[in-house]
Design a protein around this ligand. Structure first.
Ligand code: ADP
Ligand code: MG
Length: 234
């Protein structure tokens, strides 16, 4: 399989007063086309920093990222915006829906700025939101809001879906529904999915598991027999 993203010697440092804190220390990693990658590591280990840099919403202190062999470091602001807008979908722990728009309108809004959107009605159906498509975020449960957030990321038909603790605020049963949806997107649409979590049991659904420790890669495991989301226990 080809690498969709190549990450080379990535570092991120935060300067606070006269103290320099290294959030990422020379991370080198390939992310493959169509893989389901889980990034595991304790709180504060650099997972979100890595994901945000991969997604082009944060920049590294040094190092390089290539998306389909094109360097993001040497991209213009316009090219970076296009990368964020068309290539990458983000899902966060908190759903960040627009409160005065319905489920369908939240999704349609993103569809309207996409080049090659997936049909909103198909996504509402696939994410089990058809019956509540006219509901506002305040009328939905956390799991329903997260499904809208997922549909909203998928509607733009991104090549990579980046998920930062997508089940972090959900109970087990709802969390499993969300994981099933992400796995389905990976299987059916054959897109790359990267999930970060501090929950080790989720990692068993991945093709590969990347362990992050103190801002560096501790190890990478290949999982030959990923389990179904239904079989996850935590
Ligand atoms: P994780 O997602 O694994 O919990 P983060 O990537 O959020 O870890 O953070 C990694 C390290 O970088 C932590 O020590 C954190 O305190 C630090 N950090 C993250 N963002 C900032 C920031 N904006 N300013 C200073 N330090 C930061
Ligand atoms: Mg984090």
């Amino acid at each position: 399989l080809d690498a969709i993203l190549k990450i080379k010697n990535l570092t991120k440092e935060y300067v606070m007063g006269n103290v320099v804190a290294a959030a990422l220390k020379s991370v080198t990693l390939d992310i493959y086309e169509k893989e389901f990658l889980v990034i595991l590591g304790p709180s504060g280990s650099g997972k979100s920093t890595l994901l945000n840099i991969i997604g082009g919403i944060d920049s590294p202190t040094s190092g390089e990222i290539f998306f389909r062999n094109k360097s993001l470091n040497n991209s213009t602001e316009k090219e970076l915006t296009a990368y964020r807008r068309y290539a990458v979908g983000f899902i966060f722990q908190f759903y960040n829906l627009i409160p005065n728009l319905s489920a369908k309108e939240n999704i349609d809004l993103v569809a309207s700025i996409s080049k090659n959107p997936i049909d909103t009605d198909i996504l509402l159906e696939e994410t089990g939101l058809k019956e509540i498509s006219s509901h506002y975020p305040s009328q939905m449960s956390g799991g329903q809001q997260q499904r809208v957030a997922i549909a909203r990321s998928l509607v733009k038909n991104p090549e990579i879906l980046l998920c930062d603790e997508p089940t972090g605020a959900l109970d087990i049963k709802t969390g499993i529904q969300i994981l099933k949806l992400l796995k389905k997107f990976n299987d059916e649409y054959e897109k790359t999915v990267v999930i970060i979590t501090h929950n080790a049991s989720i990692a068993l659904i991945a093709n590969r598991i990347l362990y992050i420790k103190d801002g560096g890669i501790d190890r990478i495991e290949v999982n030959k027999n990923p389990i179904e989301a239904d079989d996850v226990v935590w």
